[in-house]
Ligand binder design. Structure first.
Ligand SMILES: *[C@@H]1O[C@H](CO)[C@@H](O)[C@H](O)[C@H]1NC(C)=O
Length: 393
């Protein structure tokens, strides 16, 4: 029991260290800013009034300049790095793509275009030009290429004073033909507070989101499955399997805890509309805490209830790993993570699944070769020998 106690205090210290590290990452992150460029020299009135425009970095290279004027009119200048394809900004009711309206701009072969689209559905054919529900003003929209950046400038009129508004940002890689947009390369959904003053500039927490994803994939997708593999397939290395299982699962727990901290502070910043991902993430973390608690409360090896504890510990662990894998896939989807993430997680998942299949088959072969031995994976105490072999006459 003494080792349990020192393990517990080690866990707490390590968790605090992880938390501290994450806080540092998020502070460093909020200091980066790319709003300094003056747009008044290359944009026409009324978009040239730099002094009235607030600016915030919202996502990747996307900067949002805006000002509110009488009659609930919002003046927007969206800028983003641009080589080809299209750049868009959507106004959503609930943070989701379907049902929202968007302004999309691109450099055509002869001239630049900016158009409003209605996002009726998710497929390119459901993104219809000139049918959005945004009300314009009599100021014409403008799209300009300046240096490496494209600028979309437009005004939108709202029926009520505008404060917090779910916004979508996206870009596509290929130039629209006949005003038909290709699917986006990447997109995001944020809740933007237009009521906050210009002083509260904050950038989109790209690094925080990345940390959340990397930590979750490393903890849930790599460490915890590997620790479980030691517990199931390497019982013959007694007691090494036990210490490996313990050490890896505790490290995994810490990494998952850090990923949860990152996820929570990410949610505080962007209020992403990801109910299923959040709910499932919290649920699997509760399962993980139950596993830690169960470890400290485990009954003695020779105790009668130990077999029920073993059964519980094994199945809660499997359930947690399975649901966590589902949630990683959901997270990659809702986070709009690129192909690198999909390939990375797909690869690690494939390696783990193949390892498990191979080890399971080896276990099965070993078990069927030597039926007299208790199989190595046996979690319950083996049945007493006299049940299997009738006692000698
Ligand atoms: C914006 O452009 C208008 C018309 O070209 C000009 O009269 C005005 O002085 C400009 N404002 C600023 C702040 O540059």
């Amino acid at each position: 029991m003494r080792t349990d106690k020192s393990l517990l205090s080690f866990t707490i210290y390590a968790a605090l260290a992880a938390l501290f590290l994450l806080l540092r990452i998020s502070i460093v992150n909020s200091q980066m800013d790319s709003c300094s460029l003056d747009v008044s020299s290359f944009l026409p009135a009324p978009f040239n009034d730099s002094s009235s425009l607030s600016c915030r970095s919202v996502w990747h290279t996307f900067d949002l300049r805006y000002s509110k004027s009488q009659g609930n009119v919002l003046t927007i200048v969206l800028s983003a790095e641009y080589t080809s394809g299209w750049v868009g900004m959507g106004f959503s009711k609930d943070g989701m793509m379907v049902g929202s309206s968007a302004m999309v701009g691109w450099m055509g072969k002869e001239r630049a275009h900016i158009r409003q689209y209605y996002l009726r559905g998710q497929s390119p054919s459901d993104v219809v030009v000139n049918q959005g529900q945004l009300l314009g003003t009599n100021v014409p929209e403008v799209v300009v290429l300046n240096g490496a950046k494209i600028y979309l400038a437009f005004q939108v009129k709202f029926e009520a004073p505008i404060t917090r508004q779910p916004l979508l940002f996206a870009f596509g890689a290929s130039r629209p033909s006949h005003f038909r947009l290709t699917e986006h390369e990447d997109k995001t959904s944020i809740l933007f507070d237009f009521a906050a003053g210009s002083s509260s500039a904050s950038s989109y927490p790209v690094q925080l989101k990345r940390s959340h994803g990397i930590l979750a994939i490393f903890g849930w997708g790599v460490l915890l499955p590997v620790g479980a593999i030691f517990a199931r397939y390497f019982r013959q290395w007694d007691p090494l399997w036990y210490y490996l299982h313990l050490a890896i699962q505790f490290l995994g727990f810490l990494i998952v805890l850090s990923s949860l901290v990152a996820g929570v502070s990410l949610y505080d910043k962007i209020h992403a509309n990801v109910l299923a991902h959040r709910g499932l993430g919290i649920f699997v973390f509760v399962l993980l805490i139950l596993q830690v608690v169960a470890f400290f409360l485990r009954p003695d090896k020779d105790s009668k209830v130990r077999r029920y504890w073993n059964w519980y510990h094994t199945w809660v662990g499997r359930l947690a790993l399975f649901l966590a894998a589902v949630n990683i896939v959901i997270g990659i989807r809702v986070g709009g993570a690129g192909n690198g993430w999909k390939a990375g997680y797909g690869f690690s998942l494939a390696v783990i699944l193949i390892t498990v299949i191979v080890l399971e088959v080896m276990l099965w072969i070993r078990g069927s070769k030597k039926p007299a031995d208790p199989p190595a994976f046996q979690m319950h105490p083996p049945p007493p020998a006299f049940q299997m072999h009738p006692p000698p006459q």
